[in-house]
Every structure is written in C-alpha cells, then in structure tokens.
Design a binder for this molecule. Sequence first.
Ligand SMILES: *Cc1c(COP(=O)(O)O)cnc(C)c1O
Length: 418
Amino acid sequence: MSQLTVLEHSSLSSFEPNTFDNSVMNTYGRFPIAIEKGEGCRLWDTEGKEYLDFVAGIATCTLGHAHPALIETVTQQIKKLHHVSNLYYIPEQGQLAQWLVEHSCADKVFFCNSGAEANEAAIKLVRKYAHTVLDFLEQPVILTAKSSFHGRTLATVTATGQPKYQKDFEPLVDGFAYVPYNDIRAIENAIADIDEGNRRVAAIMLEPLQGEGGVRPGELEYFLRLRKICDENNILLVFDEVQVGVGRSGKLWGYENLGVEPDIFTSAKGLAGGIPIGAMLCKDFCAVFEPGNHASTFGGNPFACAAALSVLQTIERDNILQNVQARGEQLRVRLRAIANQDPHLFTEVRGWGLINGMELQSEIELTSVEIVKAAMQAGLLLAPAGPKVLRFVPPLIVSEAEIDEATAILEQVIAGLN
Ligand SMILES: *Cc1c(COP(=O)(O)O)cnc(C)c1O
C-alpha cells in the first residue's frame, strides 16, 4: 500500500484528547470533539457525527469545505509552484493585488499571513507616515476602540481594547489610547487631550463591525463624522476588516455598509477561504513603505495568492454577495422569532449579511458557551463572541434549507434549556 492509500483509509477514530494535550501547548479552551472532514457547510467528527457548520473556522471558510474551485486551484498551483521568495516577482501576487485594487478603495497591497500580521503592518505604516509626513511627529498615538479585537502579537494585543487579552503581558507597546465604540464625543475629546508637543493622534483604527467584541455593527452617523474629523485633523483612518471583509457583510468590504472609505485597511480570515493569508491595503498618498521597511517570508506566496484569487473570483462569478444578503436576512428573521419567544433570555439580534450575533440578557446566569455546547451536541456548530453573545458566521455559500435547519436545531436547543 502506498503511503497515500494508508492516509486515505485511516480514520482518526482512535483520537485521544489526552495524548493531544500531552504535547500541544495549552492555549485554547477546546470543545471535546475532533473534526476529521468537511463538505460544503457540513463537518464530521472522528466518531462520524455530522454537524452543520455555522462557525466556518471563525468566519474564515468563505466557500465552505472542499469547494471544487478551491480544490482545483490549490491542486494545480502546488504542482506548478507553491513558494518562492519576494526576492523575485510573483505573478499570482500581482494578479491578486490587481484584483483587490480594482475592487476596493485601495491603491497598494502588502501581503502577509494573518490578521494580526496585517494589523502590525498597518500600525508600522501609520508610524512611518507620522514620522516622515505628518510634521515629523515623534510620538504618534493610535486611537482604538474599547471591546475591539486586533490580534495577539504585542502591538496588536495593545491595540485590542480589552484588558483581559493584555493581562500578564505588560509592558505593552507605547502609543495607543482607547475610546468607547460608536461615540463621536469620546473621539473629539481624545484628540484634544492627546495633543501635546510632539505627541498627537496620528490614526484611528476601528473595525467597521466589532466581531470578537460581540458582533456590534458600526453606526453610519458615527463613521461619517469620523471620516470628516480625520480629514480635518490630518488623521489616518484605518479599518480592521479581518473578520467582516471579503463578502461576509453582504458587501465585499465592511466599510461599504458605512458610506465611508478608510485610508488603510486590513484583511485576512476569509480572504483565501482558509488558506493562511493576510493583506494590508492603503491609498497611494500613505503608501510610504520603501524596500527594507517591512517584509514577510511567506507573505504573498504563489500558493496562498492563487487560493485567494480563486475565492474572490468565485464570489464574483457565483453572485455570492446576493446569497449573503438573502441568507443573512432569512437568518435574522428566524433568530428574532426565536429571541422574541424568550425575551427573558435574549435582548437582541444584530449583524450584517452573514455575521450575526444574538445577545443574552446580562442579568441571567446562562452564558453563550453553554448554548454553544448544547447546540454542538444537537449537531449545530456556533461560536461565542464574548460571554453573552452567540455568533453566527456560516460559509457564505450556505443555503436556504441549511439556514432553516440550523435555526430549527437552535430553537429545539433553547426549548430544552427552559
Ligand atoms: C481574528 C481577528 C484578528 C486576528 O487575526 P489572526 O489571523 O488570528 O491573527 C484581527 N482582527 C480582527 C477583527 C479579527 O477578527
């Protein structure tokens, strides 16, 4: 038997969580199942149990699992060329950048491998712009929002406005300050407070919709005012589109829901449908990086770029944004009906396209993780977004029947909790 045959026929049914925990570092609170294979919006664990996947690798598997277009692209690409250094021109990287520039407000793209890394690139770009263009500002400050999430590296965990992620990792990185989300007065006050000598606000970095922080959409009025304030005060507006971008909101980019354009934005999670990639995009006027300023060994390699291009072209060709809008509307209607049956349990359902949250009453003991566990047992995978919000981020190809099925399961699970 060839090695490949052995692999195809072997099953993980002998999977042992204890052996796993003996050697894998203890950084995640894991649910006690191991996923073995997937197709479309379905996953199967090592016991053969089937799940409807409304997590999608946390808003990452844009085209679901084992999508024919992605399989074909990555198979062809790995046979041809999978990695080469940025010492040379990489045609697939150029094609992907061109697609992104043609389909967004950005003029230039830098490629990396994750959301945190894309945000790091944005933070470095802001600082270089401040030092070299903005009156040679020596102490640029980046304002971010409370309840935000920007990643786990030191600079991005500092940017993340949630102390629980920062605890025990001090000293944090200098040059960040925090304001409540969707609060324009707080922004105005912070800009005034921080203006002192060579220290002032150089950028405001926000998610168009806060994902991890509880699926909180940005408010139109707030973002319109914010854009004006940035223009009037020479402040860069940076959007973290890592979770909400690439069609998830029903538009290609989250900012399209807010009627404003950022100067810089970042993308990652769904960009290559689950193949690791990140991107930092910006307008020409602030594209101040020069050779030697920033780099990534894997960034923009042919394999990841071909995968991303395939995902984006499939979104376009198959009218997937239309599906996201229709299925999102269907999902919110169903979830609101469920929430309205139990007003003592739920406060509200909110979201855009296929990133939606269902919030639990704060005074009850029930947490989102408890519902996630019960739903998992009933065959539906959901993710919490903080202790009180259930997050629904299925693949963007989810069908009408699958939304019906998922919400029927959830309804039963909640009836079982009462
Ligand atoms: C997930 C996420 C990140 C971090 O992305 P990684 O790929 O895990 O580094 C950053 N920002 C937002 C909004 C995210 O949702």
